[in-house]
Design a protein around this ligand. Structure first.
Ligand code: AHM
Ligand code: MG
Length: 336
C-alpha cells in the first residue's frame, strides 16, 4: 500500500467540503484519533499485562489497573474534554450523560455518544474489538450545560460517526455524511493512513451473521429467514456462509467489505434485542447508509427512531440492502 494521505490530512482536506466550517469537527476527530492510538497500544498488551483484571489490581509500578473497557472510556472521555469542542458525552460505560464543565468547553457545540470498547469480552481470547462513536450538534443553547435533549436526538441528525477496529490491523472508519472512509494504522510511524476511500457495501452477499444459539427464542420470521439462508439454492449462492465473531464492529466490518447481513433480533427474553440504539445502532446505521446499505429494526429505519432513554436497546438488522429487505419480508410474512 502506498501512503496517499494521513487521516489528519484527509480530515482537513474534507473540512473544505463544508461551507463555514470552523475546524471544530476536525479537531474533535483529532481527539478521537489520539484516544484510539492510546487504547490500541493498551489492547496490544493484553496477555502481557493484566489489563483484563478487575478494578483495584495494581501493576508493577503500583498504579491501579482498570478493566480495559473502563480504561478506554476514560481515555476517550479525557481526549474529548481536552480540546474544548465537546460539551458532554454519553457512554455505554456511564450510567448518566457526563457534562464537561471546564471553561474550555463552555462554548462547545458538539456532544459525543460512544461505546468505548465494544465486544470487550473478546479481549481475553485475542479476538477483534472496537470503539464506536457518534457525534451530534447540541440543540440546547451554547454556554449552558447539555440537556437530555442533546443526547436523545434521532440518528439522522448525526454530524459524524465511526468506529475503530482493533483487529489484525487497527483501522479507523468514519463518515461525516459524505461517504465512508477507512484508515489503517501504521504502528511503525504512529499514523492512520488512508487505505479504503469511499467504502461501499455490495448490494447483496452470501454471509449472514447472527448468534444462532438463541434460535429457539427468535421471532418466527427470523427463524424462517435462517432456514432460507441454509437452503440449497446455488443460483442464489445459497446456502449462505454463517460468520459470527460476537464483536459488532468486526462482524460489521467484514460484511461491509464482503457483502452480508448482521442480525441481533428481539428474543423472547429480550424483546428489544441487546444492542444499544445510541452507542451502537445509530452510528453503525449512519455508516451503513453512507456505504449504500440499509439498517432497520426489522420494520423501520434505525435513523428515524426517536430515542426515549440513553441506554435504550433496539433489534438490529444491518447490511447489504437486498439482504436486509429479505429479512424484513420474512418478518412481515410471519408476524408472531
Ligand atoms: P457489549 O457492548 O457489552 O460488548 O455487547 C455488544 C456485543 C456486540 O459487539 C456483539 O455483536 C454482541 O454483543 C454479541 O452478543 P451475544 O454474545 O449475545 O451474541
Ligand atoms: Mg457494545
Amino acid at each position: 500500500m502506498s501512503i496517499t494521505r494521513t487521516l489528519g490530512e484527509f480530515i482537513i482536506e474534507h473540512q473544505n467540503h463544508f461551507p463555514h466550517a470552523s475546524g471544530d469537527l476536525s479537531s474533535l476527530l483529532g481527539s478521537i484519533k489520539l484516544a484510539a492510538k492510546i487504547v490500541n497500544r493498551e489492547i496490544n498488551k493484553a496477555g502481557l499485562v493484566d489489563i483484563t483484571g478487575s478494578v483495584g489490581a495494581e501493576n508493577v509500578q503500583g498504579e491501579e489497573q482498570q478493566k480495559l473497557d473502563l480504561y478506554a472510556n476514560d481515555k476517550f472521555k479525557a481526549a474529548l474534554e481536552a480540546r474544548g469542542q465537546v460539551c458532554g458525552i454519553a457512554s455505554e460505560e456511564e450510567d448518566e450523560a457526563v457534562s464537561f464543565n471546564k471553561e474550555l468547553n463552555k462554548n462547545a457545540k458538539y456532544v459525543v455518544l460512544m461505546d468505548p470498547l465494544d465486544g470487550s469480552s473478546n479481549i481475553d481470547v485475542n479476538v477483534s474489538v472496537g470503539t464506536i462513536f457518534s457525534i451530534y450538534h447540541r440543540v440546547s443553547p451554547i454556554g449552558s450545560a447539555p440537556t437530555a435533549e442533546d443526547f436523545l436526538q434521532p440518528g439522522h441528525k448525526q454530524v459524524a460517526a465511526g468506529y475503530i477496529i482493533y483487529g489484525s490491523s487497527t483501522m479507523l472508519v468514519y463518515t461525516t455524511g459524505k461517504g465512508v472512509h477507512g484508515f489503517t494504522y501504521d504502528p511503525s510511524i504512529g499514523v492512520f493512513c488512508l487505505s479504503h476511500e469511499k467504502m461501499m457495501i455490495p448490494a447483496t452477499g452470501s454471509i449472514y451473521s447472527i448468534n444462532e444459539g438463541n434460535y429457539i427464542r427468535f421471532p418466527t420470521g427470523i427463524k424462517k429467514y435462517i432456514k432460507y439462508c441454509q437452503e440449497d439454492a446455488p443460483e442464489d449462492n445459497r446456502p449462505y456462509t454463517s460468520r459470527y465473531i460476537g464483536s459488532l464492529v468486526a462482524d460489521y466490518h467484514r460484511n461491509l467489505l464482503k457483502g452480508g447481513v448482521y442480525l441481533y433480533p428481539s428474543t423472547q427474553r429480550h424483546p428489544d434485542g441487546k444492542l444499544r440504539l445510541l452507542y451502537e445502532c445509530n452510528p453503525i446505521a449512519f455508516l451503513m447508509e453512507q456505504s449504500g446499505g440499509k439498517a432497520t429494526d426489522g420494520y423501520q429505519r434505525i435513523l428515524d427512531i426517536k430515542p426515549t432513554e440513553l441506554h435504550q436497546r433496539v433489534p438490529f438488522v444491518v447490511g447489504s440492502t437486498i439482504m436486509v429487505e429479505k429479512v424484513e419480508s420474512f418478518l412481515q410474512q410471519y408476524p408472531d
